[in-house]
Design a protein. Structure first.
Length: 391
């Protein structure tokens, strides 16, 4: 009798809109492969009213959900976030105790993702982490990202800058693979919605000037308040324009921004708020806008790939390499205003510029590397020190 070939069990976890679109290409390849038994676990904001239940986007992306792990999210204080973290840890520990994958794949720097990684670490489940080695000074995500990297066994980074940084953090060089951002590989194959399609789908009418605003909390409460107050003060003076506002992440102090958004919408016409646009809708709309503004990572990664200018405000993304189409400003109202009118008065083509996160075959490269890893040979991590004289 012919013995059945063992299929590696791969678990991929998505906790928010921030990682689902980026992971979709990787998930699709693994779910189609006959070499793997792939489980897609959906949790976090995906299953919550704050994201308009963004897990439904898996249908549009043709992804099969294996399991939903629910945590009830209501508020965003420091105490609330700690309690949510505890809930994620408890519920994923229960899942991993029954289902022990050969490899867990995680992307990014969310506290929900950190809880999943912590649980897997204590079950001795190897972790592959995507987008490690990056720096975002003005956000707690910065420390969370590095913590996930230290719990991970394999690293898929966007460029050599991030690989070198992980090595300085003590990660073994042969465990780090430069593959680019999987999210950008997805964009090359994406069929974007036309102007008519996006107007019909979102029930909007595009004007000559259109802007997307995505603002997330900074690490400091006072700076979050100042930044959101000043930005909306500037935006209300932009006449004959559509302002499309996306919701902030479920982070500490995000309730400050939500209150500012609610107040702004009530007082200003031609303002549209989207709790969750979805990956394709968001990028299709962005392609039709003059620029995006705020402090979202999409302004640093996806927008340069699409050739769309972005205005990055504050410290949240500080430390990341920026393409020429990214205009970084401090908290000065004058600086923000001047940058807005600079982009409105001078139109420039940014399709040909240096990209720090792109590789044409990111998804397939990640798949091939994992396929060739012998996951049965589980090794305990050692701190790599190139200056260690005993090596």
């Amino acid at each position: 009798m012919k013995r059945l070939k063992y299929k590696k069990k791969i678990c991929i976890v998505s906790t928010s809109r921030a990682d689902l679109g980026q992971l979709s290409g990787v998930v699709k390849i693994f779910q189609k492969s006959t070499s793997f038994n792939t489980q897609l676990i959906i949790s976090g904001l995906h299953l919550n009213k704050f994201s308009k239940f963004s897990h439904r986007e898996t249908n549009e992306l043709n992804l099969k959900i294996s399991k939903k792990i629910f945590v009830d999210i209501k508020k965003f204080s420091e105490k609330d976030i700690n309690q949510y973290f505890s809930e994620y840890l408890k519920k994923f520990s229960k899942y991993f105790d029954i289902n022990k994958p050969d490899l867990l794949i995680l992307l990014g720097d969310r506290y929900e993702t950190f809880a999943v990684a912590t649980s897997a670490f204590f079950f001795n489940i190897p972790i592959a982490h995507i987008h490690g080695g990056e720096i975002t000074v003005g956000s707690k995500d910065d420390s969370i990202r590095h913590a996930i990297s230290k719990l991970s066994n394999y690293h898929f980074v966007a460029n050599d800058i991030f690989k070198k940084r992980l090595i300085r953090m003590g990660e073994t060089p042969n465990s780090i693979f430069v593959t680019g951002s999987p999210g950008l590989s997805n964009l090359k194959k994406m069929k974007f919605l036309s102007k008519l399609q996006i107007e019909k789908k979102l029930k909007i009418s595009l004007k000559k000037r259109n802007f997307i605003v995505t603002l997330h909390p900074e690490i400091d409460k006072k700076k979050t308040d100042i930044l959101s107050t000043d930005l909306f003060e500037i935006l209300k003076k932009l006449n004959n324009s559509n302002i499309f506002i996306c919701s902030p992440n479920a982070d500490i102090f995000s309730d400050i921004i939500r209150k500012k958004i609610e107040s702004f919408i009530k007082k200003n016409k031609n303002t549209f708020f989207f709790e969750n646009l979805g990956f394709k809708n968001y990028l299709s709309l962005a392609k039709l806008c003059n620029f995006v503004i705020g402090n979202s990572s999409s302004g640093i990664t996806e927008m340069p790939f699409l050739g769309i200018p972005s205005i990055n405000i504050g410290l949240r993304q500080k430390g990341r390499p920026f393409a020429k189409s990214v205009f970084s400003t401090n908290y000065s109202k004058k600086k923000i205003k001047d940058t807005i009118f600079q982009l409105l008065s001078v139109k420039k083509n940014y399709l040909k510029q240096k990209l720090y996160y792109y590789d044409n075959n990111s998804n397939i490269n990640i798949f091939k590397i994992i396929k060739n890893i012998d996951l049965k040979k589980k090794k305990y991590k050692e701190f790599f020190d190139k200056n260690d004289k005993y090596r």
